[in-house]
Design a protein around this ligand. Structure first.
Ligand SMILES: NC(=O)c1ccc[n+]([C@@H]2O[C@H](COP(=O)([O-])OP(=O)(O)OC[C@H]3O[C@@H](n4cnc5c(N)ncnc54)[C@H](OP(=O)(O)O)[C@@H]3O)[C@@H](O)[C@H]2O)c1
Length: 232
């Protein structure tokens, strides 16, 4: 099934982690609407199934949705058997608002494991194929809090500053033709925003209104953008 996936013409094969809701889901819907083929993952089978049905009710093999936790190196290794043109490392999580001394080591680890090590797992397993193909683009979701800081979200800030550093460093390792960028998506009304902003999250734009500009930006990136810290 994996090898049967194809894009064709100018259409691209795009991997998006964390497609079950929020920005990842909106990106998947927008990219598919523009004719691109999506490979997506998350930890929620039911939501993956509902997205698959919404995207291609008549042809479930058009896109590929896989139950995978980005924290699992072996799950990501399995996912990397699919050759894709563009990867969007979107899966992420945030700690419940709290001061650092009130955050358990388990919660701190969950944020770092998902946001930083999950992204590193994708880079580890997908980059060798991209290097072999001499092309490919990786977008690592950063944050305004990857370039500034705020109280009560220290694990999250630490993880997104790490994404900026990781991206800059990997960019220097890539051969010509490949690109990795950090992308701050702005402030968008998702479950994650509701977790840190509470009810005021509702005044921010929806993922659906964000996705068209984000899709245009991501699909317009080239090797010249390698190492950039961008905002959409
Ligand atoms: N919303 C904003 O304003 C904002 C601002 C700055 C940066 N960002 C960044 O944008 C990205 C998306 O955020 P969002 O607001 O859309 O968050 P969200 O609504 O909470 O969605 C997070 C997505 O990540 C998936 N996910 C979480 N842990 C995972 C894991 N271990 N393995 C696989 N998938 C996992 C979730 O799926 P399951 O739970 O089904 O696994 C879900 O699909 C994140 O990297 C976030 O840091 C968002």
């Amino acid at each position: 099934m994996v090898n049967a996936l194809s894009s064709g013409g100018s259409a691209k094969l795009v991997l998006i982690t964390g497609v079950s809701r929020g920005l990842g889901r909106a990106l998947a819907l927008e990219m598919a609407k523009r004719g691109h083929t999506i490979v997506g993952c998350s930890r929620s089978q039911e939501k993956l199934h509902s997205l698959s049905t919404q995207l291609s009710p008549d042809d479930p093999s058009k896109h590929l949705f896989v139950l995978a936790d980005v924290r699992s190196d072996s799950s990501v290794a399995e996912l990397a058997k699919v050759m894709v043109d563009t990867k969007v490392n979107n899966a992420g999580t945030i700690n419940k608002n709290n001061k650092i001394w009130e955050i358990s080591s388990e919660e701190f680890d969950a944020v770092l494991d998902t946001n930083v090590k999950g992204t590193a797992n994708i880079l580890r397993h997908f980059l060798p194929f991209m290097i072999q193909n001499k092309k490919g683009l990786i977008v690592n979701l950063s944050s305004g809090w990857g370039r500034s800081s705020a109280a009560e979200v220290a694990p999250y800030c630490a993880s997104k500053w790490a994404i900026e550093g990781l991206t800059g460093s990997v960019a220097k390792e890539l051969p010509f033709g490949l690109a990795v960028v950090a992308l701050n998506p702005g402030v968008i009304n998702t479950d994650m925003l509701a977790s840190c902003f509470g009810s005021s999250a509702a005044v921010y734009p929806s993922p659906e209104s964000w996705a068209p500009n984000a899709t245009t930006l991501i699909l317009g990136l080239t090797a010249q953008d390698n190492g950039a810290s961008l905002t959409v």
